[in-house]
Structures are given as structure tokens and as C-alpha cells.
Design a binder for this molecule. Structure first.
Ligand code: PLP
Length: 432
């Protein structure tokens, strides 16, 4: 290679580097584990989407919308959200939070919850602002805060009763003193996720009230990621923090049609909250996504309108989904126990964390080079027993990764036959 060519290459390389604001972000666990799936074709209990067909009436609604004689349903619609969808969302959430939500000013339709989170953070975090992130946390929160020049203050959920036998995600709590200490005059935002991915924790009313009181005391904005709001089990209650006294004015709630209707590929979500805050998100949204996909929004509106009418009925999709998932959760809990993995029983969501320490002498992690033990363990499983799960340390910052390195995250929104296959794989391996 000539010296001139090398010089030219270097000049381009320097100039076209990744901007500083993105530096430090590494490849997401989803990219890496999708690639591993393509390469090794394991049975996947990794990614958070169902392997079952979507209910026919949902896909039929989309097909009918795309073929509708109203040709405008295949053209751009209103930037902030298709009128029919914002009305459907307003009807649903006004009832759930017992407050009238203005469809045109208090809701923004986004490209999945991802974009809702991105817009909420981008439109409110400035250089030096502090943002509290509760760990384990969905892995997009912290990188986006940092991109905006914000400082992330992490606070982990800690197990309260390590020796009480059966462990539930409810046994993981925030320490009151740590929580109070993480708030200060620079705190601009806290991000909550309930039900939590990957832990399955559903924050109860008392826990929410403590967070709410601190938000009010320190004048902090609350971004609450509630994409698993319909998947809450046993007698646990999904508490929407925006409905607590003094919280509507300072809360942006994020939802996802992908998760609610098991159509993650539709990538449609929303943010709702007071008009002054939602207007800021719209500024970020209009220069990035602009308008979301019209036929998808129309189809989601129709499904939401129908489900809203039968919200209290056992036939409502959200109610059948919850029962179906609870049975799958219970099946997986038994499978994991039999395999000597100690599960943390999730109160919500569709993931289970399980401790694999007792299986340590059945794996040889020396062939894997990742610094985290759970990455090595999950890669060993993919390559040696053909089962894929997610390493939960991906949901922690460097300092706290050790907290869950002995755990693995399984997704249980799978066909019964595939959960049975996972059971057989684990049995064959662990009974040897
Ligand atoms: C906690 C959490 N928030 C947000 C998202 C992203 O949701 P969407 O697919 O609607 O962008 C996910 C996806 O897995 C998630 O688990």
C-alpha cells in the first residue's frame, strides 16, 4: 500500500469517526445474541417475543386496513399520532388512570417504546443533568442519557430476604437510604420500569409512593417504561405512577403495542403525559421519525377499541394473555427447579431469572473469553446443549454487573411444545 493511500485512509478514518457523544456505547446484547442464534440455531428462550402465531383477528385487521377502499390509510398520517389511534389510547388510559387524557396534546405515537424512551430522554436531559436508573435496567436507558450529556446515577434492586426459601421478584427492593441519597438538586429524571425486564418485579403502591414523594421533593421528572403493563400475575397490581397524587405533572408513561398485542415487529409505541412535556418529545420525534406507519396505527386502533369494550370480560385479549402467560411461567419455574437452577419467581413480564450456581461443575467455561461469567455460561449453553438465554449482566453498569452474574434470563412467551423442548434439553443435560 502506498504511503499516500495510507495517509488518505487515516485522514478519512479520523474525520469520519463515531461522534464523541456515541463513543463508549458497545454492541447491544440483542445484536450479539441474534448473531449467535443465526450461527448456531439453538432453541431460543432469549429474545422477548412470542414464537406463536399472532391471533388471526389482529393480523386480519391489518390486512383489511391495507386493502381498505380508504386509500389514505396507506399514506402519511398526523405526525404525533394517527387520530384514530390517539383517540383509542386516550379512551383506554383515561379509564385506567381515572383522568381525562387529551388525545391531541397529551399522547405521542412513537416507533416502538424504544423511540418513546429516546424522545423522552433527548427532550429533557441536558449537559450535567443527573438521571437515576434502577438496575437491572433495560439496556437502552443509560446510553441515551449519556448521549445527551447526562450523568447516570445507578441504584440496584437488592434482595431483601436472602434466606427465606422461595424467592420472588418482590423480594428485590430499593434500599430506602440509598434511594434518598441518589436524589439531589441536579437530579432531572428517574427512569422506572414496571413490570421490570429482566427481573419481573412489579413495584407495589408503597414503593411507588416513596419514589413519587422523592420526585416531588426534588422536582424530578419520572419516565416510566410500562411495556409489560398487561402481564401481571397472581394478586399483584400494576400501579401507574402517573396516577399518584402530584405525579401527572411530572410523569411520561411509555407503552408498546408490540408487547401488548404480541406484535413486536409492528414497532409501534406511545408516550403519554401532560401537554407541556409531550410537546418536547414531539420536537425530537418530528425530525427523526416524522410520521409512524399509518396502516399499523389504524389496525392497532381498531384492536384497542375492541379490547376496550370488553376490558372487564375474561374474553379480553389482555386477560387471556395474562392467564396463558402465568401458566407458562409456572411451567418454567418447575422446569428450572428440576434442573437445579433456582428461579426468581417473576410477578410480571415474561422473563425468569434463574441462578445456575449449582450447575457449575457441569460446565466448562474455559473456552469462552467474555469477562462476565453469565456471558460465558450462556454461550456455553448455546454451543453445547443448543439452548439460548440472555446474560442478565447486560442489564447492569460495570460496577453492578457482578450482582447477577450467576443468573441467566429465560423468556417464557413461547409455544408449550418449545417450553417442553427446553425442559427436555435441561433434563438431558443436568441428569447426566
Ligand atoms: C423494558 C423494555 N422497554 C422497551 C422495550 C422496547 O419496546 P418496543 O419493541 O416497543 O420498542 C423493550 C423490549 O424488549 C423492553 O423490554
Amino acid at each position: 500500500m502506498s504511503r499516500r493511500f495510507i495517509q488518505m485512509y487515516k485522514t478519512c478514518f479520523d474525520k469520519f469517526r463515531l461522534p464523541k457523544r456515541y463513543q463508549g456505547s458497545t454492541q447491544s446484547v440483542w445484536n450479539e445474541y441474534t448473531q449467535l442464534f443465526i450461527e448456531y440455531q439453538p432453541l431460543s428462550l432469549a429474545h422477548g417475543f412470542t414464537d406463536s402465531p399472532v391471533p388471526k383477528y389482529i393480523t386480519d385487521t391489518l390486512a383489511a386496513t391495507a386493502k381498505s377502499s380508504n386509500h389514505l390509510l396507506n399514506q402519511y398520517t398526523r405526525d404525533s399520532g394517527h387520530p384514530r389511534l390517539v383517540h383509542a389510547l386516550s379512551a383506554m388510559y383515561s379509564k385506567l388512570i381515572d383522568r381525562q387524557i387529551d388525545p391531541f396534546n397529551e399522547i405521542l405515537v412513537t416507533a416502538g417504546a424504544y423511540e418513546g424512551l429516546y424522545a423522552a430522554i433527548h427532550s429533557h436531559i441536558e449537559d450535567g443533568d443527573e438521571c437515576i436508573v434502577i438496575e437491572p435496567s433495560f439496556d437502552s436507558y443509560a446510553p441515551v442519557v449519556k448521549m445527551c450529556g447526562g450523568v447516570v446515577r445507578y441504584i440496584p434492586l437488592r434482595m431483601k430476604n436472602p434466606n427465606n426459601g422461595i424467592i420472588s421478584s418482590g423480594d428485590y427492593v430499593l434500599d430506602d437510604t440509598e434511594l434518598e441519597e441518589v436524589f439531589n438538586s441536579k437530579t432531572k429524571m428517574i427512569i422506572i420500569n414496571t413490570p421490570n425486564n429482566p427481573l419481573g418485579k412489579v413495584f407495589n403502591r408503597a414503593e411507588m409512593t416513596k419514589i413519587a414523594n422523592l420526585c416531588i421533593k426534588y422536582n424530578v421528572l419520572c419516565v416510566t417504561d410500562e411495556v409489560y403493563e398487561w402481564m401481571v400475575y397472581d394478586d399483584n397490581e400494576h400501579v401507574r405512577i402517573c396516577s399518584l397524587p402530584g405525579m401527572w405533572e411530572r410523569t411520561i408513561t411509555i407503552g408498546s403495542a408490540g408487547k401488548a398485542l404480541a406484535v413486536t415487529g409492528w414497532k409501534t409505541g406511545w408516550a403519554y403525559g401532560p401537554a407541556n412535556l409531550i410537546a418536547h418529545l414531539q420536537i425530537v420525534h418530528q425530525n427523526c421519525v416524522g410520521t409512524n406507519v399509518t396502516p399499523l396505527q389504524e389496525a392497532i386502533s381498531i384492536v384497542f377499541e375492541d379490547e376496550f369494550k370488553r376490558l372487564e370480560s375474561p374474553e379480553c385479549y389482555f386477560n387471556t394473555l395474562r392467564l396463558e402467560l402465568q401458566a407458562k411461567r409456572d411451567f418454567m419455574i418447575n422446569v428450572l427447579k428440576e434442573a437445579k437452577m433456582e428461579p426468581i419467581i417473576p410477578q410480571g413480564g415474561y422473563f425468569i431469572l434463574a441462578d445456575w450456581t449449582a450447575l457449575e461443575d457441569k460446565v466448562d467455561l474455559s473456552s469462552e473469553t467474555d469477562p462476565q461469567r453469565d456471558y460465558r455460561f450462556t454461550k456455553w449453553m448455546i454451543k453445547n446443549i443448543g439452548l439460548q438465554a440472555i446474560p442478565p449482566s447486560a442489564f447492569f453498569n460495570e460496577e453492578n454487573k457482578k450482582l447477577m452474574e450467576n443468573f441467566v434470563r429465560f423468556c417464557f412467551v413461547r409455544k408449550d411444545e418449545n417450553l417442553q423442548k427446553a425442559a427436555d434439553i435441561l433434563k438431558n443435560w443436568t441428569s447426566k
